[in-house]
Design a protein. Structure first.
Length: 174
């Protein structure tokens, strides 16, 4: 099994450990991974969160798989362009919104999965579709809202599939 880290980036008004992150952490445990959940709640600016995440990643030279929700999805994607990140898993990522510095994401990892809700009233599903099309990311759009709270079981299945593939990529040295 490859030696890597797994970090969760929570959303704007969230705390590190909520329903989604705990469910994903349980799935990660099945792969022998412990998900870290840094607290960004003292930072309202998404790009300050990116800088904090980059500092956390710099503390350990192992590759890091990133996952994040909403603003945390943006933070994970923006940080992955500048750090040793082989894969990112993004839930309702806050892309193409005013106040966010990055709108073009060159140099993303080879494995990018996006899960979004058709009924998202915070970040339009079209933003996720645009991102996925531009970056050839795997995209799952569910009959749910921004918090994806009705899709916890589906998120677990998708995350397990994502982790299995990301870990296989790491094993192969991809």
């Amino acid at each position: 099994m490859p030696d890597c880290r797994l970090l969760w980036c929570h959303g704007s008004l969230s705390q590190p450990w909520g329903t989604k992150s705990l469910a994903l952490a349980d799935v990660a445990g099945e792969f022998g991974l412990t998900m870290e959940g840094p607290d960004f709640s003292d930072l309202a600016d998404p790009d300050e969160r990116v800088e904090r995440l980059l500092a956390i990643l710099a503390e350990d030279d192992r590759p890091a798989i990133l996952t994040g929700s909403s603003m945390g999805g943006y933070v994970a994607a923006a940080a992955s362009m500048r750090a040793k990140v082989p894969a990112i898993f993004l839930l309702a990522p806050a892309f193409y919104l005013p106040g966010y510095a990055v709108h073009v994401f060159p140099g993303l990892p080879g494995r990018v999965t996006v899960v979004h809700g058709w009924n998202d009233d915070v970040v339009p599903a079209d933003n996720a579709i645009r991102f996925a099309r531009t970056h050839k990311a795997t995209l799952h759009v569910l009959d749910d809202g921004h918090r994806l709270e009705a899709s916890t079981e589906t998120l677990g299945i998708l995350f397990a599939r994502f982790l299995a593939r990301a870990m296989a990529d790491l094993e192969k040295g991809a």
